[in-house]
Design a protein around this ligand. Sequence first.
Ligand SMILES: Nc1ncnc2c1ncn2[C@@H]1O[C@H](COP(=O)(O)OP(=O)(O)O)[C@@H](O)[C@H]1O
Ligand SMILES: [Mg+2]
Length: 441
Amino acid sequence: MTKEQKHNSDSGTAEDTKPTTSSNDKAGSPGASTFGFETILGKLVVDNGLVTQEELSECTSLLQDAEGNATGHTLGDVLVNHQFVTRRQLDRLQTDFDTRKSTQRIQGYRIIRKLGAGAMATVFLAQQESLDRPVAIKVLPKKFSENEDFLERFYKEGRAAAKLNDANIVQAYDVGQSGEYHYFVMEYVDGDTVYEQIVEKKQLSEQEALPIIRQVAQALQHAHKVGFIHRDIKPKNIMIANNGDVKLADLGLARAVDDAEAAEAEAGRAYGTPYYISPEQIRGKKEITPAADIYGLGATLYHMVTGKVPFSGKNPSDVMHRHLKEDLVPPDHLNSSLSAGFSQVIEMMMAKDVSQRYQNASDLIEDLDAVVSGRSPQYAQPTLDFAKLAEVAKATSSDAPMQQSEAKPGGSDLSSMLLPMLIGSGVLNIILLVLWLLSLK
Ligand SMILES: Nc1ncnc2c1ncn2[C@@H]1O[C@H](COP(=O)(O)OP(=O)(O)O)[C@@H](O)[C@H]1O
Ligand SMILES: [Mg+2]
């Protein structure tokens, strides 16, 4: 399966199910665009691996009756009715077709092919004609043209992002409008995303993950310093170029909706946003700090080295609820080859309470470097594993009963010592009080 096919097959969103006939309406010639789409639909479904050439021939033969007269059905209808594609996949193909057609005309750029699609946009590889270089162009769906607040932020942040310059950040080049579409032009990264690496390897080792995360932490250090908070750190936004460089994508891309709503919009998509969103973003806090990005990076790292998202659930709301309430299974419980220090760093990155988390990327980098060089992290401290303590205490009690009270802090032996101490100090207080009263006389 190619990268594009993977994206097409997993990118069904609520948005995809809307009818996609607006380009017909605009042209004033109902059916014109559908006709264009119909003529290339056969090639699209075969190219996308949805049907074989033989199945396509079978479907096209059904467009005519026994006498050779047109049945009035479209190829799309036949493909859906015979369950070769779902209505959602068909709508998605139509949307891509419309978007691509309209973006053929972005002044100064020649569209080459689609690179991928997320919940919010489609990304194309294009050639910037003036500088003769490949670029990636992110095209927003038409509905964004109607949201003036969003567009204002999109352009403002796009311009600001273009001033950011860091080896670990996908360079922003340009923002603009072509017809009803708004777009964002950026550096093209020839390579994979961390998402693809997880799919391929299932689980990355500590040694593989550390340099990747360190480079993203460096990108964040730079971005946070100049006031940018990413808000959407996830495996699909971390790109790994073929030469090994790690680049953080989508920095400074404004969102039309708040974080929790955007996460909900990813309903049904594996590896969607809710898996990496911070508790404070879920709560819709107005003040989002750099620590939100550290949580997202922690959740991404957790997924990389355990092969599992930190919290999963039956729907995005369920996942988000768990981010807020459920205790994290320590990563070294899922992958016993992880060092204790590394596991502690991930847990601190994912602390639910912002004040317990790394406050900035510099502290995180210090701890990552400590782990790399085999030292204990400075900021992340071991958490008390009460289940383990109880086990140790039990084992110790059967081996060496004399050490019982040391192995069970807060246990019954400690309280039996505390009680006389408290009573003793109370009696002492009373004696001192009486002496003081006597001295006043
Ligand atoms: N600058 C880029 N260079 C190369 N490919 C890119 C670039 N930006 C995005 N992509 C590809 O396009 C896909 C869709 O990107 P996007 O719309 O940001 O959604 P998401 O980040 O949710 O995947 C990405 O997963 C990635 O494969
Ligand atoms: Mg992205």
